[in-house]
Design a protein around this ligand. Structure first.
Ligand SMILES: Nc1ncnc2c1ncn2[C@@H]1O[C@H](COP(=O)(O)OP(=O)(O)OP(=O)(O)O)[C@@H](O)[C@H]1O
Length: 823
């Protein structure tokens, strides 16, 4: 159950940071209009009216404009002790550490970087080179602190990274861009969340660093007149940090949002036009709404009557709802330029920050006691983490209704009400067995001669219980349940209770366990495009078991990876051609199965299209984030329409299998597959229509046959034309021969000269012989071609009729074979 902690009421913490002059500002000989007279005050001078100075007071003011030098690693540090320069470490020390403290206490924390393009938001949040920003520093210190913590606590860190661009959400940890973006949904417990967002469990900083690098590469950037590298999108990095205190039966969870907002400048000053203007205005929808939300909350905090806070008006404010006036401790860093030319924008940023400062948040420690988790999800999570028993009952509706958590120490189970775990049923004694839970290791000991069976094996002494070892498929379970009922009936009828092992419903050999499946859509392959995915393996409860990192790459027969120039516009271009591709299982991350027991292993299996068997990766034991790096190359030598349809509409199902001590590993033999000369596994080898499964397949096959028939008819037409031409030529040759014969006959003795003249016009006997031979070979060719044609035609017609028989086709082409027959 969630404890009822008092909310801590805090205002949004606001910090201002002023950066050095940019080159552009230096070139235009800008003057500095900002000064920071103390650690909290910022003043700005109107360049057109120098007496006009405005002073703002915030929680912190960082002077990063001057008084610095580079150390040997390129890190910017104070030039001398009197300098008030604030470097990245100083900012992290105040803001980053504060976020970490909140996270450890179980508070949600949010840090927003606001300011015009080029004012230094990304510099503060992410940093550049050796000058690492808040996000990497927070992550690094978090893992450092986890390393030094006590053993009887468990920690889970997951990392996600998204971008809001043109009011669409893009997952920055996924290479595949979802058309229209990911959907933002609302959940009663969770509030707004991004459906389908990749969330990677991480065990060390190096993994996060890699993910951030990938995400930053994917992030959409568009140059504007203000700054060539400026970004027009909002980036949200979320770190979910969960602590489980095993001894106190307590869990704490904190969600850390680190947000690098898009440039806040008004459209006119960015000089955007046309499409960029539209983009600018849509980016501003999120920023404008953020401003409206902040103003409404600030008004409410000042005692004004506010009827509505417009959280729902933009994606950004939906996602930041809890950070703004809700359950979060929130900090805003306002990044500003020192230059006089940016006076208006800087003033507007400072005013924005002033409004944000008025917001009050009501943060609570997110902590749960183990006994009665708050929501069904939490129940599942708790049950996965903590040892517990579930009841079974003759009435299936009542099975699994009772849950007993096995607490630290010992407890008895049996019929007597005084037991911590009360059991009912035939053969259960008052004190039947006892459970012990020592440091998370659970054992069961039967009392005297009580019947206790663990995974099908009757036990007489203390026995260790393992979690998640025996998972049966639903079909197997239903089958076993019938056998159990039969056995029970047999027992009630007074039959012999001893059963042979093979018919014992509780006997189960140690076997490989199905942990979960991941789906990878194959559409990109139909366009010869490379794609890299990080997807979750979901178990039968729909919960994440691990993450899979996979690459599917279109390549040449020699394994050369295809580039952008090889992308096809229309998958039909591939019909009848050869395609090669590689499936590269890169890594598996955060495998829960392995976290629970060091004596376990995993294998990954998948089967693509018409392969007769599943391919498995080599077993990996004990490593929670194993680097698998296994690549298999496939070739489809003559791509069929059916295969193209498969690629465009299907996902590759990749299964995660759990190995346990003593079980047989999963294997496949390369002899099970047809291979090319290069040794690559052949797919799409099933060319005849067999075993049609669905209406869709049938109609696809019919249309494929229709196309074949059309092609055959065109070929016949061509052959007919050739035949006609050959006949004409034949006739002409015959006539010529006859003419020669009659001329020879008529003018035999006298006109030798004429004969010679005629002979000069007509083909010579040698030429005629050649022509005849040629004609004979044309005839032969024609006969062969016609034979092939009719054979193919018959085959196609046969298939077509079989298909018709299978499902009466509904479209016009049914008449087609008849037309061909009639010709
Ligand atoms: N505190 C600082 N110290 C040194 N250089 C800085 C500092 N802040 C910003 N810069 C430099 O100023 C330039 C612009 O900064 P940055 O890219 O962080 O701006 P931005 O506000 O994130 O812009 P955009 O909205 O385009 O993302 C960069 O070259 C960066 O290195």
């Amino acid at each position: 159950m969630m404890t009822m902690p008092m909310p801590s009421i805090d205002s949004v913490k606001v910090a201002v940071r002023v950066r050095p002059f940019s080159q552009r500002e230096k070139n235009s000989r800008s003057k500095c209009v900002i000064s920071m007279l103390s650690k909290t005050t910022t003043t700005i001078q109107d360049p057109k009216n120098p007496e006009h100075v405005k002073t703002f007071t915030f929680d912190l003011a960082y002077w990063s404009h001057s008084g610095f030098q580079k150390d040997k690693d390129g890190v910017l540090i104070s030039a001398d002790p009197s300098s008030n320069f604030a470097g990245q470490r100083d900012v992290f020390h105040d803001l980053g550490r504060g976020i970490l403290d909140n996270a450890w206490q179980g508070y949600n924390a949010t840090l927003l970087a606001y300011g015009q393009t080029g004012s230094g938001k990304s510099y503060s949040m992410i940093g550049f080179g050796a000058n690492k920003g808040i996000i990497p520093n927070v992550c690094e210190e978090l893992f450092q602190a986890i390393k030094n913590r006590e053993r009887n606590q468990e920690y889970q860190v997951t990392f996600s990274m998204l971008e809001i661009y043109n009011e669409q959400v893009r997952d920055l940890l996924s290479r595949t861009k979802k058309l229209g973006g990911l959907k933002v949904r609302e959940d009663q417990q969770l509030g707004f969340y991004v459906d389908g967002l990749t969330s990677v469990p991480c065990e060390n900083y190096a993994q996060i660093e890699k993910l951030m690098e990938q995400g930053t590469k994917i992030r959409t950037t568009a140059s504007t007149n203000m700054n060539a590298s400026s970004s027009r999108s909002h980036m949200v990095v979320t770190i979910q940090f969960k602590q489980v205190f095993l001894d106190r039966h307590l869990t704490k969870q904190s969600s850390i949002n680190l947000v690098d907002l898009a440039g806040s400048e008004r459209q006119k000053s960015s000089g955007s036009e046309g499409d960029r203007l539209r983009e600018g205005s849509r980016v501003n929808l999120s920023l404008t709404t953020l401003g409206n939300v902040i103003s409404a909350l600030a008004d409410a905090a000042m005692g004004k009557k506010v009827l509505h806070i417009p959280y729902r008006d933009s994606i950004l404010t939906k996602l930041l709802q809890s950070a703004l006036g809700g359950n979060s401790r929130t900090t805003l860093i306002a990044a500003i330029s020192p230059a006089d030319i940016c006076y208006e924008e800087t003033l507007s940023t400072l005013r924005y920050a002033e409004r944000a400062k008025k917001i009050w948040n009501k943060a609570v420690v997110n902590t749960w006691k183990l006994k009665e988790p708050r929501a069904e999800n939490n129940k599942l999570q708790m049950m996965k983490t903590f040892p517990h028993l579930l009841n079974i009952n003759e009435d299936p509706q009542l099975t699994g209704v009772l849950k007993y958590f096995i607490r630290a120490g010992s407890c008895d189970a049996g019929k007597a009400a005084s037991n911590a775990i009360t059991l009912q049923g035939l053969g259960i004694l008052d004190k039947h067995a006892s459970f012990t839970n020592m440091d998370g290791k659970v054992t069961v000991t039967p009392h005297s001669k009580c019947n206790v069976v663990v995974n099908g094996v009757p036990i007489t002494m203390k026995t260790k219980l393992q979690h998640l070892v025996w998972i049966w498929s639903k079909a197997k379970f239903i089958n076993r349940k019938f056998l159990m009922e039969e056995l029970y009936q047999h027992f009630l009828d007074g039959g012999d209770s001893h059963e042979a092992q093979e018919v014992d419903p509780f006997w189960d050999p140690v076997e490989v366990v199905h942990l979960g499946s991941a789906h990878i859509w194959l559409q990109s392959l139909a366009y010869c495009m490379k794609f890299e995915e990080q997807v979750e393996f979901l178990n039968c409860d729909g919960l994440e078991e691990a993450m899979l990192h996979i690459h599917i790459t279109s390549c040449s027969p020699t394994g050369q990876v295809h580039g952008e120039e090889d992308v096809v516009i229309d998958p039909l271009e591939l019909l009848g051609k050869r395609i090669d591709f590689q499936i590269h299982i890169v890594q598996c991350l955060g495998i829960k199965w392995l976290k629970e027991d060091a004596k376990r292993g995993i294998q990954i299996g998948y089967r693509i299209y018409d392969l007769p068997n599943t391919l498995y990766t080599k077993p990996v034991w004990k490593i929670v984030n194993p680097q698998i790096e296994e690549t298999v190359q496939f070739a489809a030598l003559n791509v069929s329409q059916e295969f193209l349809n498969y690629l465009q509409t299907n996902a590759l199902i990749v299964d995660l299998w759990g190995l346990q001590e003593g079980c047989a590993e999963l294997r496949y033999s390369s002899q099970d597959f047809m291979v090319t000369g290069e040794g690559h596994i052949m797919v799409d080898t099933r060319k005849t229509a067999t075993g049609m499964g669905t209406d869709q397949t049938t109609s696809n096959q019919i249309s494929e046959l229709y196309l074949k028939l059309l092609k055959l008819e065109q070929e016949t037409e061509l052959l007919r034309n050739i035949n006609r031409a050959l006949r004409e030529e034949n006739l002409f040759l015959k006539e010529s021969l006859e003419k020669i014969g009659s001329v020879q006959e008529a003018h035999k003795p006298s006109s030798t000269l004429k004969i010679i003249e005629m002979a000069a016009q007509l083909p010579s006997a040698k030429e005629i012989n050649q022509m005849c031979a040629q004609r004979a070979s044309y005839d032969g060719e024609l006969a062969k071609a016609l034979k092939v044609y009719y054979q193919s035609m018959n085959m196609a017609r046969g298939q077509f009729l079989r298909l018709r028989h299978y499902k009466p086709p509904v479209f016009d082409i049914i008449a087609y074979p008849e037309q061909i027959k009639a010709r």
